[in-house]
Design a protein around this ligand. Sequence first.
Ligand SMILES: Nc1nc2c(ncn2[C@@H]2O[C@H](COP(=O)(O)OP(=O)(O)O)[C@@H](O)[C@H]2O)c(=O)[nH]1
Ligand SMILES: [Mg+2]
Length: 438
Amino acid sequence: MEDQISESVFEKHAAEAYARFSQAAGKYHFTFRRSAVTCGAKPCMVFLGNHSSGKSSIINWLLGENVQDTGLAPTDDGFTFIVYGEKRDDFHGQAALGRLPPEFAGLKAFGDTFVHGLRVKFRPIAFLKTVTFVDSPGMIDSAEETVGRDYDFEGVVRTLAELCDMVFYLFDPDKPGTTGETVNIFAKCLSGVKFKLRILLNKCDGFSSLYDFARTYGTLCWNLAGVLQTKDMPKIWTVYSGETRENAPGSLDLSDFNRHRDEFVAVFHDAAARRRDNIVSQTNSDFLGLSIRMRILDLVWRRCFACSAAVWLAAASAAAAVSRAVYAGNAAGGAFVSVAAAACAGLLALGAGFLAARLASSFVRTRLANRIDDVFRREYRGRIETGTHDDLFKTWDDIREETVKIVRSLPLRLPFFGELLRWRLEKTRKRLDAASRR
Ligand SMILES: Nc1nc2c(ncn2[C@@H]2O[C@H](COP(=O)(O)OP(=O)(O)O)[C@@H](O)[C@H]2O)c(=O)[nH]1
Ligand SMILES: [Mg+2]
């Protein structure tokens, strides 16, 4: 009970923080990875993998009911949310969109084709009181076929991976390779959220011999090594769905797989704790990222402002001097001629000043973009020297590339009191940190 209260206090703080800083994030061209936190929402698990890798079957098995259609032929063309409801009800398309858990409301941005394939199924299954499942359509085996999707499939997977609390990625012995869309998904969509990823080698009940299993497991590891850029080999859960079976005559002994499968099921028991961990780490990296982005862009803006102001000042003095000289030079032509000539010369000098200020500002921005790591290190020198930099470098790595692009070319219309905003952000970060430890 106490846990629940502290959890909801933390979620409340996190939700408020996201709402309070969403406008500032927009100004600093920063996209939050988790754009909203819904207090009291259930942990959510998404299942990805080739079609017929057994995603729907494993969900049915976990729920103890055939909620999803299964079969060798592709049975799904869209994503299905399976949610707890007192009454069983199925919703498709637009109707489903309105019934998504609130944190997923942003999915509508993926367009009509995506929404058309969307389903929300309400089921009165006790297990669903603690967790929500998302079943996905299968990946496409060859990279060329990905163009066949009428919506941004990778974008949807990326968003789901960020919002869900666990990502299960299934392989089956028929396709232990990581080809086509699978490669893209691993490389693009799951970077930064690999800590949520659980790799499952499914259908382990189908191996006919130890040799058969070793060959498949080896192939999967070999293929994963190419796409998962980690030094350590990730854990691969060997599972199968359906009734627990003992070894059938002539096939592989299943007792080890059964043990492994129990471990896999146990993961769902601490789903709530996992959600909390995810929100803590995501809010931490979101707000630290925003704080770094603000600090760097504020500095760039200040430098540009100072440089442009200096150029303007010089241009204004030059304009005044030129006007005075032209006025004196044309004194013989009468007052009107000399004033007009002086004004023209002054305006020309100011125009040149305007151009020079713009050039100077763009020069400053290019220079800072080229030395962005030095800028970052100088700004955070204190924290780096004292060793109190926690996730500073990792967060900087995540936002560095985009920051360089912004510094180089995007318009900077920053709030005038950036320092004050950053001070408030830091205060909020500390408050969130304290709430997460409670
Ligand atoms: N032997 C075996 N077959 C499975 C297992 N899981 C799924 N299947 C079969 O694989 C096929 C595809 O399963 P499905 O759940 O529809 O895959 P999905 O496309 O990933 O949702 C079906 O014919 C299932 O009966 C499993 O654990 N063991
Ligand atoms: Mg399926």
